[in-house]
Design a protein around this ligand. Structure first.
Ligand SMILES: [Zn+2]
Length: 78
C-alpha cells in the first residue's frame, strides 16, 4: 500500500467503515510509515475536538481542506 492509497482511505478508517482485511493492511502501512501515523493521529484529534464540542457535522469543506493539506505535505514528505 502506498501513502496515497492510505490517505484515500483515511476517512473510512476513522469512521470505522473499513473491512477487517483492509484495516489490517492499513495498520501494516502505519507500522512502516511515520508520516501516515502522524497524519492519522492529527486527523483523529481534529475530528475529536469537533465532536467534543458537539459539532457532529463538520464545517463544510473541512475534510476537503484537511485532505488537501495532508496531500500537500505527503508530496513533500513521502
Ligand atoms: Zn505512508
Amino acid at each position: 500500500m502506498t501513502c496515497t492509497e492510505f490517505l484515500a482511505m483515511l476517512d473510512d478508517l476513522i469512521d470505522d467503515a473499513v473491512t477487517p482485511q483492509l484495516r489490517a493492511e492499513l495498520q501494516e502501512h502505519l507500522h512502516g510509515c511515520d508520516h501516515c501515523e502522524v497524519t492519522l493521529s492529527t486527523t483523529r484529534k481534529t475530528i475529536q475536538i469537533y465532536r467534543s464540542h458537539e459539532l457532529y457535522d463538520m464545517p463544510s469543506g473541512l475534510r476537503e481542506r484537511l485532505h488537501a493539506a495532508i496531500m500537500a505535505r505527503c508530496k513533500k514528505g513521502c
